[in-house]
Design a protein around this ligand. Sequence first.
Ligand SMILES: [Zn+2]
Length: 288
Amino acid sequence: MGLATLKEVLAGTRAMGYAVGAFNFNGYEDAQGIVEGAVAKNAPVIVMASVSAVKYIGLRQTAGLVKGIAESVNIPVCLHLDHATDVALIKEAVKAGFTSVMIDASAKDYETNIRETKAVVDFARIYGCSVEAELGKVGGKEENIVVADASATFTDPADVTRFVEETGIDALAVAIGTVHGFYKADPKLDFERLEKIAALTSCPLVLHGGTGVPVEDFKRCVKKGISKINVGTELKATFSDAVRKAVAANPESEFDPRKYVGPVKQACAEVVKGKIDIFGCAGKAWRV
Ligand SMILES: [Zn+2]
């Protein structure tokens, strides 16, 4: 089918009451597993590469890998660059074929965030690529971006309308109490804030820090207007766990690498299938 844009996969999500899962990958096995999980559920899927994943795999390699996977299946697959702060890298990703990029200028002041985000939108449009931006700061550690929990600031609803209108973004990441990485205690999500933001804009809203959010909280977020949910840490842990188990299960004489990394595909597919059921996007591939 080929790659779809973020705008395409998120269209109508809020009206129909579901969110599309966005899953981070770091190599071939997890990327393939994520898409296989979505195929099993006939769901659209967003495959995400962090900046450090792109540096590890290579930008063109990342684009080529996911393009190839997308062309071999009959569901919409969006290739998204997660949390990029470097505009030059974003432009390279757009040119290499990413169908969505996130410009994260949320650490900068409001006016700078608007200006940088708008510049990225103007560039991405030329290539038909979608753009996600962030208002407020999601706490925790996202690759090399560390936001201390105490300094994480929630999205101010008063900032939303002007930001969305002036930048022309396709999706807005909101900070409502989730954090990146593993939670030390269950997150306390600010649903009232989410409701207020959703009432102000029809722009699809994104929830970051989806690892360890209780199922009922996920469902409430979707009901109150979240269209895209990011899950990264859980898949990293799943990848490593699957490899550890395979190493332990095989004799030392086993030298076929596929015996060790192969199980990662199925393990990641299972995690993705579970999330798709929670997010309500099973069977929605036909919509895009
Ligand atoms: Zn994030």
